[in-house]
Design a protein around this ligand. Structure first.
Ligand SMILES: Nc1ncnc2c1ncn2[C@@H]1O[C@H](COP(=O)(O)OP(=O)(O)OP(=O)(O)O)[C@@H](O)[C@H]1O
Ligand SMILES: CC(C)(CO)[C@@H](O)C(=O)NCCC(=O)O
Length: 306
């Protein structure tokens, strides 16, 4: 069966015209803040792809509010609208965090009075020491390397309007930062980004999928993702050159060909296998699939039919 049987495939040309009339163009300051996010982002993509996406998110938000209101009428009590939780998934290095930060910025603009928070599931990875003790240091990113119970509990507390503290992962130290936390204090919208967002742990009482009101899978051909992974590896190395505390510093002393081989091997042995075995199989759980081609250009969008 076609994997996308349950989706409408929408060309970029069709998508960009869907809600054009109702969206105000971005101001100079807004464009500048997007550029400072990542100066490679195509502003045309923002206008053509991400603004209609944010418009669609408005509909899901309205739906959540209407449902809470109707539930309140039924129960004859005030039911507070829970925060809207958006999941963003896809391969390592496909551009999830860049997409997530962009969506955060555009949602903050669409809803200036609301708080829009962003977390990454990387914070729920076990520490390097824990991974070593479990004998799974070479399985970082695979399902067993995350404390999924803790992620599930976190989503439950956020939906319940409670203040939470979660760990922070650093790509620079390649580990959870000791003694640092990110505080999430009852946001109106929470974006959760990570390779495992659409994976399905369940404890005895809770299903993780119940907590997401909307989800996005960022997709691209494997060869392109590998290329972006190798480029990002190179950027991390440049950042690490003079910083002895950085995990990547050790590789800055190696010859270029050795480093390229190491990065290629890590892609092939770890991230590619994870993509094929555990990440890509969750793709059709998303509400929207953003398909990217060369230079992160979004060429197709898939929207779930029902
Ligand atoms: N829209 C975009 N335009 C241009 N470059 C991009 C875009 N999105 C991502 N990139 C680049 O692609 C690389 C990977 O992006 P990013 O760090 O967002 O990926 P990720 O999926 O969050 O990765 P990870 O899971 O490892 O954290 C980075 O070098 C980033 O600068
Ligand atoms: C932290 C994750 C798992 C996800 O962001 C990834 O970036 C990672 O570190 N993977 C392990 C293999 C590698 O070093 O690329």
């Amino acid at each position: 069966m076609n994997e996308f049987i349950n989706f409408d495939e929408i060309s970029r040309e069709t998508w960009q015209n869907l809600y054009k009339t109702s969206i105000a163009p971005l101001t100079h300051d807004e464009l500048e803040s997007i550029r400072s996010l990542n100066d490679e982002i195509s502003l045309k993509d923002v206008q053509d792809v991400y603004l209609p996406l944010v418009h669609l998110l408005r509909l899901y938000k309205k739906n959540l509010e209407d449902m809470s209101f109707s539930k309140g009428l039924f129960l004859q009590k005030i039911v507070k609208t829970p925060p809207l939780i958006i999941g963003i998934s896809g391969s390592v290095a496909v551009g999830k965090s860049t997409t997530a930060r962009l969506v955060q910025l555009l949602l903050s603009r669409a809803f200036p009075k609301l708080s829009v928070e962003l977390v990454t599931t990387d914070g729920f990875l076990y520490t390097t020491d824990d991974l070593k003790n479990r004998g799974i240091l070479d399985r970082k990113g695979f399902p067993e390397s995350y404390d999924m119970e803790r992620l599930l509990a976190f989503l439950y507390h956020v939906k319940n309007g409670e203040k939470c503290e979660i760990p922070i992962y650093s790509h620079e130290t390649y580990d959870i930062l000791p003694d640092q936390v990110q505080t999430i204090d009852s946001p109106d919208i929470l974006i959760v980004e990570g390779i495992n967002v659409l994976q399905n742990p369940q404890n005895q009482m809770l299903y993780i999928s119940d907590f997401y009101d909307f989800s996005i899978y960022v997709d691209a051909e494997e060869e392109l993702i590998e290329k972006w992974y190798l480029e990002r590896f190179d950027s991390l190395l440049k950042l690490a050159k003079y910083d002895t505390t950085n995990f990547y510093h050790q590789f800055t002393k190696m010859s270029t060909s050795k480093v390229v081989n190491l990065a290629k091997e890590t892609w092939a042995r770890v991230n590619r296998i994870n993509l094929k075995e555990y990440i890509e199989p969750t793709r059709n759980r998303a509400e929207v699939i953003l398909h990217k081609s060369e230079n992160h250009y979004v060429d197709k969008i898939y929207l779930k039919k029902f």
